[in-house]
Ligand binder design. Structure first.
Ligand code: PXP
Length: 248
């Protein structure tokens, strides 16, 4: 199996910075550090409420790194304009609610297919890889191929929560859904990524799914970096991913 790509989401470095309103810790420095430590890409989410990453961060990260930037955003006109000015390698469309603590569910693609088809086309035309963050739901996967996305990122949050809470039957059921969704997406010609809530405890079965080519991981690794530093935190994740791939 091919080596799995590890994308690092640096949003929560900005969360920490914003807690004090100053300039540190700097998410641009975090992106450079992740790149130096072997990240295959950097993900940053410019939310409508700018609660962590801000407009200037996104532009500065794009300028500072050589690895691909994955610009995560809601499918709004404002974000389309900013993405087209930023020209990232990839755009990942996610659902967004002001009151949520994090991206809670997948994008409603099937019920919004016409609008998304028109929304995605200019992003693809400018050369971005367009990814849709979707639940492991056959309807949403099928619709993702229909609206012109090249990539789906499967939401792993329910599976990871079940692992973290010791609900083994629920974790197994969620994992089965993710495995089926990954196979369906690949059959439809979509590139398959996965992300949300991944930790050392939950990564192995996800990394073993043959169709998955990229994992995007943020909150857990930024937290772990407090204790062992970002390179060591990432190295342990890399080790677990590579081992899972070899065994599979
Ligand atoms: N992928 C997507 C599309 C996300 O929305 C997020 C969270 O912003 C992540 C990956 C990373 O999730 P976490 O921070 O829980 O690792």
């Amino acid at each position: 199996m091919d080596r799995l790509r590890l994308g690092i989401n640096i949003d929560h470095v900005a969360t920490l910075r914003n807690a004090r309103g100053g300039a540190s810790p700097d998410p641009v420095r975090a992106a450079i550090a992740a790149q130096s430590a072997g990240a295959d890409g950097i993900t940053a989410h410019l939310r409508e409420d700018r609660r962590h990453i801000r407009d200037a961060d996104m532009a500065a990260i794009k300028d500072a790194i050589e690895i691909p930037l994955n610009f995560e955003m809601a499918a709004t006109e404002e974000m389309s304009r900013i993405a087209r000015a930023t020209r990232p390698h990839a755009v990942c469309l996610v659902p967004e609610k002001r009151e949520e603590r994090t991206t809670e569910g997948g994008l409603e693609v099937a019920g919004d297919a016409n609008r998304l088809t028109a929304y995605i086309a200019p992003l693809v035309d400018m050369g971005a890889r367009v990814s849709l963050f979707v639940a492991a739901d056959p309807r949403q996967i099928e619709a993702s191929a229909r609206v012109g996305a090249q990539v789906v990122e499967i939401h792993t949050g329910s599976y990871c929560d079940a692992v973290d809470e010791g609900r083994t039957d629920a974790a197994a059921a969620e994992l089965e859904r993710i495995i089926a969704a990954a196979a369906q997406a690949a059959d439809l010609g979509l590139e398959v990524h996965a992300g949300h809530g991944i930790s050392y405890d939950s990564v192995t079965p996800l990394a073993a799914i043959p169709q998955v080519v990229e994992l995007n991981i943020g909150h857990f690794l930024i937290g772990e970096a407090v204790f062992r530093g970002l390179p060591a935190a990432m190295a342990e994740m890399r080790r677990l991913m590579d081992l899972a791939r070899r065994v599979a």
